[in-house]
Every structure is written in C-alpha cells, then in structure tokens.
Design a protein. Structure first.
Length: 193
C-alpha cells in the first residue's frame, strides 16, 4: 500500500464537514479488521484507510494545520501501513478493572513476542513487535503494542488464493487461537495486493 502524503489529507475545515460520514465509513471498515483472541486480547489490523483516519483525528484534536506538524504526523503513522508483504496491527490487552489490569500486565511480559498468524499449509509467523520503541519493563508489559507479521511470497500467494488464516497467542499465561472469519480474511488479503 502506498504511504499517505499531505495531498491525501483533508484540511481541518474540510475534515470538520466530512468527519461524520468519513468516521462511519472507517468504523464499518474496521469491523472486519478487529480480531479478538480470547476475552482480553485484540488485534486491530491497520491499513491506509485506518491510518488516514488516525492522522485526521490527531490533526483535529491537536489543531495541527502547519506543514511541519502535518509532516510529523505522517512520519509517525505511515510506518503502520502494510506494504504488500505483511500485516500490521495494533495489539491491545484489555482488562477493564485497573487492579486486574496491573496484575495481568505483570504476568504477561513478552506476550507481544508470542503473537502469531498462520496461513493454512505454512508455519506460524511470529510477530515482530514494537519496532519503534520498547513497551515493557522488568515489572510489566504495556497494554498496547504495535506488531508486524512478515509473510513469505508463498504465504502471500496462498492467502490470495483463498487459504484460511489462523491467528493466536502462545504465552505461558495466555493462550488462544482462532481461524478468522471470511470477512476478516478478505479484508486482510486486500492488504497483500
């Protein structure tokens, strides 16, 4: 997928008018790109549209309209757009109760390196996690991680040809796996074109 440029973004004024319909479009698009792995782990697969929405929202919230500020947002978010040979996802550990969250994050150190995808007929692909900066300490992992799943040409072709896609996590304290729905499979395969 092609990176976003300033020409792809709406001005703050344009966005304020288009936001309700654009937001609705993005939320519908995101529905098929959200993968629950058990009750507390979710992968949100990013693409050009989800990142464009994220940038537009950041520009709106921060009231950024100067060229340098817009370029900074593009530089921060463009790396989250898949490039045709991978999937990129925001991984969230979701525990509503603050005390439970603190306890669980302490027990789930390294979980981001135990996330995987598997194209039917191929070995698991383990996530490359947090390429921007470390998100864990000796005491706990973070609730949010950024993952990249790099696929071989054979895996990519099999997915394009209709192979099932499995996902999961194999951490000692949290294990879960699924086969993604057809809607999710089709949405993710579009990233590989």
């Amino acid at each position: 997928m092609q990176a976003l440029s300033r020409a792809d973004l709406m001005s703050l004024e344009q966005y304020s008018v288009a936001r309700p319909s654009f937001r609705k479009q993005v939320l519908e698009h995101k529905a098929a790109r959200k993968v629950h792995l058990g009750a507390n782990a979710t992968l949100y697969f990013e693409d050009r549209l989800t990142i464009q929405y994220q940038i537009q929202e950041m520009l709106r919230i921060e009231r950024i309209f100067e060229a340098e500020g817009i370029q900074d947002e593009l530089a921060a978010y463009n790396p989250l757009i898949p490039d045709g040979s991978n999937w990129k996802a925001t991984f969230m550990l979701e525990f509503p109760n603050p005390e439970e969250r603190k306890r669980q994050l302490g027990q789930l150190i390294g979980i981001e390196r135990q996330m995987w995808v598997q194209i039917e007929g191929f070995d698991k692909v383990i996530a490359i996690a947090n390429e921007d900066l470390p998100r864990e300490t000796d005491e706990k992992t973070a609730a949010v991680h950024f993952l990249r799943f790099e696929l071989s040409q054979g895996m990519r072709q099999a997915a394009l040809n209709g192979a099932a896609i499995h996902m999961g996590v194999d951490h000692a304290n949290y294990t879960h796996s699924i086969t993604v729905s057809e809607a999710t499979r089709q949405s993710l395969v579009a990233d590989l074109v």
